[in-house]
Write a protein that binds this ligand. Sequence first.
Ligand code: HEC
Length: 102
Amino acid sequence: MRTSAIIAIVALAGLINTPLQAADAAAGASAYNAKGCVGCHGAAGKQPIANYPAIGGKPADFISAELNKFRSGERNNPVMMPMAAGLSDADVANLAAYLAAQ
Ligand code: HEC
């Protein structure tokens, strides 16, 4: 009984540890335009309007971490929170891969 429980836990941990599908920069490029990011952060994230941040060329880890903070509300910004709320985990990974490659 105890042994089978341990085996089950190890098996579950293996499932959880399975890496997510690799980030897709091409899908990130489409999402960047389709989801309206380009409207504020500019072409390739490099020509933002007003004093909005340039995000093209920033590290993927940084982009995904900040998007997830907007999603969770940890980073509280009334402009970006609704933008990030509609993103899936895959969207975040793809957008980060695309932007980091700029
Ligand atoms: C309506 C304008 C607007 C749109 C559309 C928009 N953003 Fe933003 N974005 C901002 C502003 C303003 C900030 C700065 C927020 C702050 O000061 O916390 C920001 C910050 C960010 C940051 C953090 C940058 C940093 O240097 O800290 C990332 C990453 C980001 N946006 C990605 C995106 C993505 C991806 C999209 C599309 C899903 C998007 N944004 C759509 C205005 C916008």
